[in-house]
Design a protein around this ligand. Structure first.
Ligand SMILES: [Zn+2]
Length: 297
């Protein structure tokens, strides 16, 4: 929830960044300043104004001539650059047909949101620094699809894109996947799964109660808060549609049924860039890389 956010200045900065916020990463790649959870490529901090969540997003995924590619400067494209599909200068183009060297590696025995992995126990996945993704292996739930991830991204291919909102403003499209029945942004979902894998090995089950919410879903919760009817459920306090942090893709609600779960999150959540942001809601955590842990107990 947390619709009371400060910094009106930030809104102004972000608006200008989203229309023309071209940036350059340390390796010279051209990108666009945007919220990390809206970045389908690699985010890098230190190049954009505003909050630490606004970073220079480069190597974004693109589609040209019906092929999937990566936005790159023409000089860095080892395949075929196609103009008109990427932000920034005319030199930043959708690079398709590029052999990234991965085509020779064998596919695993499972695929999680189009990422190849291998079905195995969560503990053996964790010991290989993998990320366990539930729901993609047959049989018992003790075997999950274990994938490798780079530091920033699991490489999940979004199943659905939705409009994301921050402080009532549309901030662009967020790519989402369905994780155990809940929608979650691919970036936040990747980091939640990283945390969930470690928690599971420690005997702590992390159950996702809510991830990304659409404007319409938030509208429903808001209506229910004001007019609690039979089709509503909990009728908990809910932010106005457009103003919930579940609509900007950062927030997750985690079932904290026992104090051991909450205590684990308090000790380890920040290791995975999850911080609390609402003093009265112990279940509400947000993926906020670079943000210090909140002092709430
Ligand atoms: Zn929440």
């Amino acid at each position: 929830m947390a619709w009371l956010k400060s910094s009106v200045v930030f809104i102004a900065l972000f608006s200008s960044a989203s229309s023309s916020g071209v940036c350059r990463a340390n390796n010279g790649a051209e990108g666009l300043c945007k919220d990390v959870v809206l970045c389908s490529g690699t985010p890098e901090s230190g190049h954009c104004p505003g909050s630490s969540s606004i970073q220079c997003c480069y190597d974004e995924k693109c589609t040209a001539d019906g092929k999937n590619g990566i936005c790159k400067l023409v000089s860095n494209c080892k395949g075929t650059p196609v103009a008109g599909h990427c932000p920034g200068s005319a030199d930043n183009q959708c690079c398709v047909d590029e052999d990234d060297g991965s085509s020779g590696s064998p596919d695993g025995d499972c695929k999680a949101y189009s990422v190849s992995g291998n079905c195995k126990s969560v503990s053996s996945c964790h010991s290989e620094s993998g990320i366990s993704v539930p729901g993609f292996c047959p049989g018992s739930t003790s075997e999950q699809c274990c994938i490798k991830a780079t530091q920033n991204d699991c490489g999940f291919v979004p199943e659905t894109y939705y409009d994301a909102y921050d402080r009532g403003q549309n901030i662009g499209k967020i790519g989402t996947v369905k994780l155990l029945g809940k929608n979650i942004g691919t970036v936040t979902g990747c980091h939640f799964l990283k945390m969930r894998t470690a928690a599971d090995v420690a005997g702590i089950p992390l159950i996702l109660n809510s991830g990304f919410r659409t404007y319409e879903e938030q509208q429903h919760l808001y209506n229910c808060y004001h007019h609690c009817t039979s089709g509503c459920g909990s009728c908990n306090l809910a932010a106005r549609p457009g103003y919930s942090n579940h609509e900007d893709g950062h927030a997750v609600d985690i079932n904290i049924g026992s104090t051991t779960i909450y205590n684990w999150l308090k000790s380890h959540g920040h290791d995975y860039s999850f911080v609390r942001t609402v003093p009265s809601e112990k279940w509400h955590w947000e993926y906020r890389p670079g943000q210090a842990p909140a002092p709430y107990t």
